[in-house]
Design a protein around this ligand. Structure first.
Ligand SMILES: Cc1cc2nc3c(=O)[nH]c(=O)nc-3n(C[C@H](O)[C@H](O)[C@H](O)COP(=O)(O)OP(=O)(O)OC[C@H]3O[C@@H](n4cnc5c(N)ncnc54)[C@H](O)[C@@H]3O)c2cc1C
Length: 458
């Protein structure tokens, strides 16, 4: 049962919102407090959820006929310790602005996803992972504490010592326990904003998984892209890119004078949603070939922008998938039987008739402590599909295969998983999360389209 909502009392402007995949839009009431301290004053207790920069692919930050609290104006730096790199900021602060201000001073986000257009609050709610998960773990590893607005209207501090149940359940908790107002995170000391990198061309899946295993113990950052046109014996062919922060001494002479450069805003944009006709097997083949070429031709030294955020160069690149949008399907499966399972999953994807697009393969390290954090030890693969008639059916088939392999999907990317499948993928953890939700939000104030879909909220 959903709560009846008296719309006349909701603070916010009726707005159609979608996730980054733009595959479903719902109308909610978007409030935009200017300061973290204003959030309590606008909170609508009949159903609300926070929204950062909307980079989750599905319905995590949309809330049909209920309130969405846009946090991006609450983006102030509150304190910085130059000795330790410890930063306290409002939760709407983006990694982009942290990099712009602190990289020139020799500090970089400790853990970053594949885009810098995310907020600290969003990184906490999804407990995001980066290319160095096997070394650094999830975002929770760089968070000391945060303040959170609870359903009761109380603002509390959560850390490893204070309210630890709330602290850990908020990581991966998809904004369903409260609104993070401020956070204290640790940045990483860097000598340069460049990376030493190496690209390794690989011919098939066996070689690819062996290369990932081998290079993960040598380089902290590693990620592979598969050639989705390679089938049969070539299945799993692709490029593995590995790297590490470049020290000053490793930079070529021409970069030494200015080792901490920061990139500007994107210079190219996709102005409108592309017509669906532009997506077809031929265009996919061409784009895929271009990606493989770019990946394998990277120089030995690469700026962070290219190393971490190649897609950030093109503003609104998601519009390239057309009006129906797209989904990114990301899963992790255990190492055990990993090769066999991966082969079956890839074969299912490539023989499905769907148009698989950008993809990323990597190894995850140890499971984190966030109650519903996605990463666990194993192989993780993420792949984009433009939405077509049979896309949902394919994701359902894949869900069954992932479940059977003892794996799970990532809510931050998901749009379609069914509640019973989700629950089975996170055995015992959903129940643990719901117990914390009952404690801190017994009336179900915090809810979202995703929360209701996967039954984490009412
Ligand atoms: C190009 C691209 C690459 C990506 N690469 C990766 C990757 O490598 N690894 C990875 O893990 N993810 C990756 N992502 C996903 C992205 O990092 C996450 O979805 C992240 O949470 C988005 O942050 P956001 O600020 O846009 O949050 P939104 O998408 O706006 O919201 C995400 C969730 O956070 C909650 N939330 C936001 N702010 C708050 C707050 N203040 N308090 C409480 N809850 C809040 C929302 O309610 C929602 O549940 C990628 C996304 C894109 C588009």
């Amino acid at each position: 049962m959903t709560n009846p909502v008296d719309h006349s009392k909701v603070v916010g402007v009726r707005t159609r919102l979608a996730g980054w995949g733009a595959n479903a839009r719902t109308e909610g009431f978007l409030a935009a407090p200017a300061f973290a301290s204003d959030v309590r004053g606008v909170l609508d207790r009949s159903g609300s959820v926070a929204r950062g920069l909307g980079r989750s692919y599905g319905d995590a930050a949309t809330n049909a006929e209920r309130q969405v609290i846009g946090m991006t104006a609450a983006d102030r730096f509150l304190a910085f310790d130059e000795e330790t790199g410890t930063l306290t900021c409002e939760a709407g602060t983006s990694l982009e602005s942290i990099i712009a201000v602190f990289a020139p001073r020799g500090w970089f986000p400790m853990i970053t996803p594949g885009t810098k257009f995310v907020t600290v609050g969003g990184c906490i709610a999804n407990d995001i992972h980066g290319k160095a998960h096997h070394v650094d773990g999830c975002f929770s590893n760089c968070v000391d504490e945060f303040t959170v607005l609870l359903a009761s209207g109380e603002i509390v501090l959560a850390s490893r010592e204070q309210n630890p149940d709330l602290f850990w359940a908020t990581f991966g908790g998809m904004g369903l326990l409260g609104i993070v107002l401020t956070a204290t995170i640790r940045l990483r000391k860097i000598e340069t904003t460049y990376f030493r990198q190496k690209s390794i061309k690989v011919d098939d899946l066996e070689e690819m998984l062996a290369a990932l295993d081998e290079y993960d113990s040598i380089f902290p950052y590693s990620v592979a892209t598969l050639d989705v046109m390679a089938t049969g014996e070539r299945l799993g062919k692709g490029v593995l890119t590995v790297g590490d922060h470049a020290t000053l001494g490793q930079l070529p002479e021409e970069l030494v004078a200015n080792p901490l450069t920061v990139s500007g805003p994107p210079k190219i944009a996709v102005p409108i949603e592309m017509p669906d006709i532009t997506l077809n097997p031929l265009s996919i083949r061409l784009v895929n070939a271009a990606i493989q070429k770019i990946q394998s031709s990277g120089g030995a030294i690469s700026h962070y922008e290219k190393f971490f955020y190649p897609l950030d160069k093109i503003a609104n690149w998601n519009r390239g998938y057309g009006k129906r949008g797209f989904t990114q399907y990301q899963f992790v499966i255990p190492f055990e039987n990993g090769m066999k399972r991966m082969r079956e999953i890839l074969q299912t994807i490539l023989s499905s008739g769907e148009l698989p697009f950008l993809n990323v393969l990597k190894r995850f390290g140890r499971e984190g402590l966030g109650t519903l954090s996605f990463p666990r030890e194993g192989y993780t693969f993420a792949i984009d599909f433009p939405i077509r008639a049979n896309t949902v059916a394919l994701t359902r088939r894949l869900d069954a295969m992932i479940l059977d392999a003892g794996g799970r999907i990532y809510l931050g990317k998901d749009s379609f998983v069914e509640p019973q499948t989700f629950r089975a993928m996170y055995p015992g953890k959903v129940e643990q999360f719901l117990a914390v939700k009952e404690k801190y939000d017994p009336e179900g104030v915090f809810t979202s389209d995703l929360g209701r879909r996967v039954q984490l909220s009412k």
